[in-house]
Design a binder for this molecule. Structure first.
Ligand code: NDP
Ligand SMILES: CC(C)=CCC[C@@H](C)[C@H]1CC[C@H]2C3=C(CC[C@]12C)[C@@]1(C)CCC(=O)[C@@H](C)[C@@H]1CC3
Length: 375
């Protein structure tokens, strides 16, 4: 069973003079060390909106680190954040979550730069080459499942996946496995005595048990790699709680709802962005029937921000925290029980550990073969 209640762990504020974790000696005496927040995929959409909101609500002084694949877009995001929060401390890290070596390099850099990591937002994600089934969509419009279709996108989307240079399925590697490796590598800064850290995954209401198989965790054979990767995210979060809660590390999953971002614009590529904007009144109308139509990155980041303010011990490991927006435009967060079992989450965890070990071996082999091949 998942331990729901843990022995209370002292909050960092409860030990203001612990020089190791909470304080830094300066010429002016001790100053409280800033909480460190790392966000993957922070250069656009929900990740960027979260960063903006974290800085707007920051009263204690945060150290925000944007871990992004594209350096130029990351610099632009940093500049935008600093324009509205000139005193903020915003660092950049280059990381491609789909590349094993990039993740390991970045994790190393994080450990060198920071001696603590309080929040890790695992947000980077892709839905490549989406195919929109217009017929299924119109059939769905006149069926009893219309609300579910709008809330989850079930039955109307498939994707064509690719394979990374590491030999992993692209969607699995980007959305799940790269993040898993990152967590494993960052254990020393995430699991420190006397304080808690939080992992927050951007999952989706598109996560679906029927798209996932323990025999094919990377979804090599199906046409719904996105849905599979998000279901695997939900399972992994549960098993991370099982294995890391006793070390003070907690994991939660969020569904941001349907948000207009680069990811969703890619679903109808022939549909220019301004047409999506023209459809806004239709979407506002749909929102009256399903509050999952959060639509803006700001609204979509609601549950991610809400989790930032929660005591991690009070969270339910079986819940997915949904960002929701009412018909009147009010944002709120609501937990929903996930369609997952403890046994499946443990089986996935074992498979991920095995894949991690295989991947590390493969990388070590290529690295040791590298110089001798050159000679
Ligand atoms: N929009 C929606 O309706 C929903 C989105 N989500 C999830 O929200 C998360 C954020 O997506 P969203 O804001 O919508 O879309 P965006 O496309 O705006 O953001 C995705 C972010 O992930 C980054 N990213 C993609 N691939 C990689 C990679 N290999 N390495 C590092 N970073 C990468 C992108 O960086 P780059 O600029 O380099 O591409 C970008 O910063 C995703 O996990 C998505 O699945 C969940 C439910 C609904
Ligand atoms: C053109 C009109 C009138 C409507 C748009 C229809 C679909 C393009 C749209 C309806 C529900 C949307 C949806 C998603 C993508 C776009 C839709 C299918 C997601 C699958 C996007 C990614 C996610 O993670 C899901 C939570 C979204 C669910 C709803």
């Amino acid at each position: 069973m998942i331990p729901q209640k843990r022995k209370p762990v002292p909050e960092p504020d409860a030990q203001p003079f612990s020089p190791q974790f909470s304080c830094r000696a300066t010429g002016f005496g001790f100053t409280k060390m800033k909480k460190v927040v790392l966000v993957t995929g922070a250069n656009s959409g929900i990740g960027l909106a979260l960063c903006e909101r974290l800085l707007s609500h920051d009263t204690e002084g945060l150290l925000l680190c944007l871990a992004c694949r594209n350096v130029q877009r990351a610099q632009a995001a940093r500049a935008a954040l600093l324009a509205s929060h000139p005193a903020a401390q915003v660092d950049l890290l280059q990381m491609d979550t789909s590349s094993v070596s990039s993740v390991l390099r970045t994790a190393q850099e994080v450990k060198v730069r920071y001696n603590r990591l309080d929040y890790l937002y695992l947000n980077a994600g892709i839905m490549p080459n989406p195919e929109f089934d217009a017929k299924a969509f119109f059939r769905g419009l006149f069926s009893s499942k219309v609300i579910t279709m709008f809330a989850t996108g079930d039955g109307i989307l498939t994707q064509k996946d690719g394979v990374t240079p590491d030999g992993l399925q692209q969607v699995f590697a980007t959305n799940l496995f790269g993040h898993f490796l990152l967590i494993r590598e960052l254990e020393p800064v995430l699991c420190q005595e006397g304080r808690t850290s939080q992992l927050v995954w951007t999952s989706s209401s598109n996560a679906n048990r029927s798209a996932f198989s323990l025999e094919d965790i990377q979804h090599r054979r199906g046409t719904q790699p996105y849905s599979s990767s998000k279901y695997a995210t939900d399972l992994l979060s549960l098993s991370l709680n099982q294995h890391y809660n006793k070390q003070g590390l907690y994991s939660s999953v969020v569904s941001p709802g349907f948000v207009m971002t680069n990811l969703t614009f890619g679903i109808l590529p022939s549909f220019p962005a301004f047409l999506w904007t023209l459809l806004m009144p239709v979407f506002w109308l749909i929102r009256v029937f399903t509050n999952t139509f959060t639509l803006t990155p700001y609204n979509g980041s609601e549950a991610l921000l809400w989790l930032f303010r929660q005591k991690p011990e009070s969270l339910d490991p079986y819940a997915k925290y949904h960002s929701l927006t009412s018909g009147l435009g009010n944002n709120y967060t609501q937990p929903h029980k996930m369609d997952i079992t403890f046994e499946t989450s443990e089986s996935l965890y074992i498979k991920l550990l095995q894949l991690e070990s295989d991947t590390r071996k493969k990388l070590a082999e290529t690295q040791s073969a590298g110089p001798s091949l050159k000679t």
